[in-house]
Design a protein around this ligand. Sequence first.
Ligand SMILES: Cc1cc2nc3c(=O)[nH]c(=O)nc-3n(C[C@H](O)[C@H](O)[C@H](O)COP(=O)(O)O)c2cc1C
Length: 217
Amino acid sequence: MDLFQAISERKSIRAFKPDPVPREKIKEILRLAVHAPSAINLQPWEFIVVAGEEKDRLSRRLSKAYKERQISCSPGNVKPLPEIYGQRGRANSQSMEPYLKDTGVTFKQFTNEGSCDFYGAPVAIIICLDDAFSNARMVDIGAALGYLILSAHGIGLATCPIGLIAAYEDEIRDLLNIPENKHVIIGVALGYPDGENSVNRFKSSRDDLNKFVRWIE
Ligand SMILES: Cc1cc2nc3c(=O)[nH]c(=O)nc-3n(C[C@H](O)[C@H](O)[C@H](O)COP(=O)(O)O)c2cc1C
């Protein structure tokens, strides 16, 4: 698939078929993901691939943790955000809501409970970072995440990045035997898109380029 086509077509998928993903395909995506650049080529990313019954166990544990602690999807800002970001967030949830009519749940319920279940995907990839690194290395993780989701799209698989799971790091660490010195940064739901589910017809929009770019020449 053409690179520009993959970039413009890719979108987060929030309903998956239960069909398992062959290990070779997952390996192919990961091989491409680690082509991402990283500072001094340290390649600080670590991937844990969770599938089958273990993935179901992970979903159950996260759903239980969400019911108990109710930590929701959030941008994790450290100060109040400028209004433009509030506007974009509201516009996104409002534009997704019509696609959720069949589910009978609110956007908040759908995204929080869905995220804990990786939206029913058969595979969850957990990306970790050694706690010896500073937050600057999140850039490297972000680059690998970008490569991973585009590579998946390129071979006909669907993804949704799941940042919410980082809030439940302790539960994930316990279930997957992740050492204390590794941080859970983000998860990725991976599988085949459920073409029947209306939520997958939603495609998020982007603001005008002029809102992001300042030219100095
Ligand atoms: C760092 C990061 C964390 C995210 N966390 C979640 C999440 O927890 N749950 C979810 O449903 N989507 C999550 N997403 C997906 C975003 O909501 C999505 O990328 C955004 O709305 C743009 O839509 P698109 O991916 O379809 O282009 C996350 C994306 C990123 C990059």
